[in-house]
Design a protein around this ligand. Structure first.
Ligand SMILES: C[S@@+](CC[C@H](N)C(=O)[O-])C[C@H]1O[C@@H](n2cnc3c(N)ncnc32)[C@H](O)[C@@H]1O
Length: 553
């Protein structure tokens, strides 16, 4: 049976079933740029769960096409939001309908234009374009790559200094608190040599591959060539990717072979039909392997789905890959990539893989964050442990904020009085508790929560010494966390690990700016910093900064 064909027949019969051939669009105007979370909360409180908004847009589109594609649904959504006040602006709504055919052909035209543009100005082969996209520094010798990243780290610290120095309306007391920002010499922040990655190629332990078609229309498992939003849907094999683990390449090939033989189509992101969507691999240094396959179940009945599960189990058993655990995620939503919103089932194994870091063993579930370059992570955590010790004769608490599976805190737990970890992914906290137990660590406490919702845990922590380790996602932590850290006099030191210092800059400024009504407590200042290259051949790098309280002299 050709499943895509079935789906398009269903689409037509749906249209015959009371829905028309139009996409009903509602545009919500007067929204603030960024602020995705508060906008999401607002929409959800009005029963609206699907919308489209780029960070810079001051508008959003409600996706009536997906939820209930009727004019009534669109108008009902409009009436809920029209005129309500949000962030000091009154929301306005606009309704339009566009023929589904025109909508699709617009996407196709965009795709064609993007391809033509590339062909016109870009003389690279698709393989070269792809390598430039996923590993942009691949042609540069490693020594030069790290030199560049080192300079960038130093530049961020200088930017921090300059931004603080340029703050307006600071009184004399405030100026005295940030007098260290006057010159680079005054800043007196030691910038250590960048720490190189021990493994330069094949270091990634986690990969997420898209299942689709290559430029010739062949079913392929790999990475998207370009951006989907630019109309690019071609998938390229990861064979030439320097950073992808050889085992992950082998898994991608094995899956490719499976889908090429499968009676079901690969998922078409434009038409939203087909079955096979993506595959995530974790290939740990311990030899453990996790395979998570994502599929759309819209076109499968229960019997077909069960048969497919049995087939997958048999296939991977005889594949020679030796997977520790095989999992299946059913996801019929619009977003691409592995998602917590899908339903994940363990087909073989127990749904976990294990990794060893600095003599500790860690259990990792499919949704938990875990650093992808194990030997370089060991160097990062060792340096973090070294900087976290203040006076070893005093009882110390480590606040491991955004702790993931508990790695940082657990690797230093035996050296301190206690560790308190906070992390928003509940599965990661379940892993963290199991990891503490597995490593015979008993002086830890974990909270499954956003840090900003557990501020009291931060401010109430009293011990002879408290060190806060912040290892947040790219955009840093909520300002309320920074304010709480400042207000907690017990915290003498902050170690901030950032994978995107540009985006975390506001957090750095928040820690260091002079005392005010909004930012109480004495400010911090950067005392040491080091870049650690966890991601050779790419633009990314970790920057770790030690911030200490200023002395109020
Ligand atoms: C860069 S990872 C670091 C994880 C861990 N420290 C490690 O090294 O494995 C950032 C972690 O922050 C978590 N996170 C993101 N936003 C958060 C928030 N607002 N509160 C608590 N945790 C958060 C993510 O789920 C992720 O596990």
């Amino acid at each position: 049976m050709n499943s895509s064909k079935t789906a398009s027949v269903q689409r037509q019969s749906l249209n015959a079933d009371g829905k028309d051939d139009y996409i009903h669009r509602v545009k919500i105007l007067n929204l603030p740029p960024h602020e995705i979370n508060s906008i999401k909360k607002l929409f959800q409180s009005h029963g609206i769960h699907k919308f489209k908004k780029a960070p810079k847009w001051e508008y959003a589109y409600l996706n009536c096409a997906v939820s209930n594609n009727t004019e009534e649904a669109a108008k009902s959504a409009m009436s809920k939001l029209q005129g309500i006040e949000f962030k000091k602006k009154k929301l306005a709504t606009e309704y339009s309908k566009v023929s589904e055919k025109a909508f699709r052909s617009r996407f196709e035209a965009k795709k064609k234009k993007a391809e033509e543009n590339i062909a016109m100005v870009d003389t690279r082969t698709p393989n070269e374009r792809f390598a430039d996209q996923v590993t942009p520094h691949y042609k540069i010798p490693y020594q030069d790559q790290v030199a560049k990243k080192h300079k960038l780290g130093a530049r961020y610290l200088n930017t921090l200094r300059k931004k603080l120095n340029a703050l307006l309306e600071i009184n004399d007391a405030g100026k005295a608190q940030i007098a260290w920002t006057n010159t680079l010499e005054d800043m007196n922040c030691e910038i250590l040599d960048i720490i190189h990655s021990p493994a330069i190629n094949g270091y990634r332990t986690k990969c997420e591959f898209t299942i689709g078609k290559d430029l010739q229309g062949k079913k392929t498992v790999g990475f998207l060539l370009g951006l989907y939003r630019d109309g690019i849907t071609a998938v390229m094999s990861p064979d030439e990717c320097l950073h992808v683990h050889e085992k992950a390449k082998e898994i991608a090939k094995t899956m490719e072979h499976y889908i090429q033989q499968s009676e079901y189509e690969v998922y078409d992101r434009v038409e939203k039909v087909g079955v096979w969507r993506s595959i995530m691999t974790r290939t740990q240094r311990t030899g453990d392997i996790m395979i998570l396959i994502q599929l759309s179940t819209k076109e499968l009945n229960e019997e077909q789905l069960n048969a497919e599960k049995r087939k997958l189990i048999d296939y991977w058993k005889q594949s020679g890959i030796n997977a520790t655990t095989l999992m299946l995620q059913a996801w019929n939503g619009d977003s691409n990539g592995i998602t917590d919103k899908g339903t994940t089932e363990v087909l073989t194994g127990d749904g976990y893989v294990y990794e060893e870091i600095l003599g500790c063993r860690f259990r990792i579930s499919s949704s938990a964050f875990f650093q992808v370059n194990t030997p370089a992570t060991e160097l990062l955590y060792s340096k973090c442990a070294e900087w976290s010790s203040i006076d070893e004769h005093k009882k110390t608490t480590i606040l491991d904020l955004c702790c993931g599976t508990g790695t940082i805190g657990i690797t230093m737990a035996t050296r301190v009085d206690r560790v308190v970890g906070i992390e928003m992914i509940p599965e990661a906290i379940v892993d963290a508790k199991a990891n503490a137990l597995m490593n015979n660590i008993t002086n830890v406490q974990y909270y499954a929560s956003k840090v900003e919702e557990k501020i009291d845990i931060v401010t109430n922590e009293k011990n002879e010494q408290v060190v806060a380790i912040l290892d947040p996602p790219r955009n840093g932590v909520h300002t309320s966390v920074i304010r709480a850290v400042r207000e907690s006099e017990q915290i003498q030191k902050v170690i901030f690990i950032s994978c995107d210092a540009k985006q975390a800059m506001q957090n750095f400024i928040g820690l260091c700016r002079p005392t005010s009504n909004r930012f109480k407590g004495l400010p911090f200042k950067p005392s040491r910093a080091v870049s650690v290259d966890l991601f050779p051949h790419t633009d990314h790098c970790e920057l770790m900064i030690e911030f200490v309280r200023i002395n109020q002299g």
